[in-house]
Design a protein around this ligand. Structure first.
Ligand code: GTP
Ligand code: IMP
Ligand code: MG
Length: 332
């Protein structure tokens, strides 16, 4: 078994969904496992003219033959899970680890009504209260929800029987409860080690850690964010975005925050950077599939990232679809 782990290197919404969909199709994993958070995540995937908005099931679902599992560490909201299984036709192929924590409606209500939730600007999906309940040993397991029973599995058995596993993280390093901008962060660590633990993998099971970063920086929710520009400025640069889960406008820094990225690369032990939205920063890159065809300023930017972080930029996003990518992992 060998596993590739994909994590976010900034404040979430780096474009993990798109990178994961490419890896799921190109690297042909036989098992794709989701770790991290729960329904607070929002991943966007575009493939063969279809758009998917995914919160709980693995974003690699566009690979129709891989087995999909939700790891033990993920908080499962049954309504969100069932909706995705039906909407994306995943019955019989997407399973939940039997050790997963059940995200109950009361936790969502508590998140939405809490003072600290408003102060942080959470997604109001119940993540903090569920994590607290789990820590207090009062949370329920997914088996207590009748509708989830047909989907339960032992994901440790499944992932360790895989030949080639793709592991999906969620959120981003600066939202980690340990390394991020506490208390303006999510309820768990989201670095590669934590994601591995959540899907039942140990440190020696991993062959590659791909850290996804966007060519500029965005953040949703409150908390420190150096280099932030106004919505009008971000609009002018074509960088203004809106949240997948909450629809909230994202805050923008048109550049990269190097000291944060350096720590993120270290703690995640990233051996590959996936750089997304290079075409948003340099429109002449749109649709490019070869590194040699990129304009000089874009190449200089890629080289600057490699030099400053000491990690190869192995994947480059040049458009929204799964296939709009330059894959230089094996050369170029
Ligand atoms: P994660 O939470 O990290 O998965 O990111 P996200 O999917 O939440 O980001 P968002 O909701 O902002 O969606 C990203 C959008 O940008 C999707 O429509 C993607 O198809 C698109 N996208 C991803 N990578 C690229 C890229 O390299 N270039 C362009 N132009 N679009 C991209
Ligand atoms: P929570 O995870 O819902 O408790 O939210 C805590 C913080 O993390 C808030 O600032 C959220 O906006 C942010 N957050 C949580 N999940 C995501 C995500 O998937 N993308 C971007 N921000 C997120
Ligand atoms: Mg997102």
């Amino acid at each position: 078994m060998s596993a590739t782990v994909v994590v976010g290197g900034q404040y979430g919404d780096e474009g993990k969904g798109k990178i994961l969909s490419y890896l799921a199709l190109h690297d042909k994993p036989d098992v794709i496992a989701r770790g991290g958070g729960g329904p607070n995540a929002g991943h966007s995937v575009e493939h063969e003219g279809k758009k998917y908005k995914i919160r709980l099931c693995p974003s690699g679902l566009v690979n129709k033959t891989a087995k999909l599992v939700i790891g033990a560490g993920v908080f499962v909201d049954p309504d969100v899970f069932i909706k995705e299984v039906e909407e994306f036709g995943l019955k019989g192929r997407c399973f939940i680890d039997r050790r997963c924590t059940l995200l109950e409606p009361k936790y969502k209500d508590e998140d939405a009504a809490s003072e600290i939730g408003s102060k942080i600007g959470t997604t109001k999906t119940g993540i903090g209260p569920t994590a607290a309940a789990r820590a207090k040993r009062i949370a329920k397991f997914v088996e207590e929800e009748e509708r989830l029973k047909p989907y339960l599995c032992d994901s440790v058995e499944i992932i360790h029987s895989a030949k080639n596993a793709l592991v999906e993280g969620s959120q981003g390093f600066m939202l980690s409860n340990l390394y991020g901008t506490y208390p303006y962060c999510t309820a768990k660590d989201v670095s590669a080690s934590a994601i591995c633990s959540e899907v039942g993998l140990g440190p020696l099971d991993v062959k590659s850690v791909i850290m996804v970063i966007k060519a500029y920086t965005t953040r949703v929710g409150h908390g420190p964010f150096p280099g932030e520009v106004s919505v009008a400025e971000a609009e002018k640069l074509g960088m203004q975005e809106y949240g997948t889960v909450t629809g909230r406008p994202r805050r923008t820094n048109p550049g990269l925050i190097w000291d944060e990225l350096k720590t993120a690369a270290r703690v995640n032990s990233a051996d590959c950077i996936a750089l997304t939205k290079l075409d948003v920063k340099y429109p002449a890159c749109a649709g490019a599939k070869e590194y040699a065809k990129l304009p000089a300023d874009a190449k200089k930017f890629v080289e600057e990232i490699e030099k400053k972080l000491g990690v190869k930029v192995g994947l480059i996003g040049t458009g929204p679809a799964a296939g709009d990518i330059i894959d230089r992992r094996a050369g170029q």
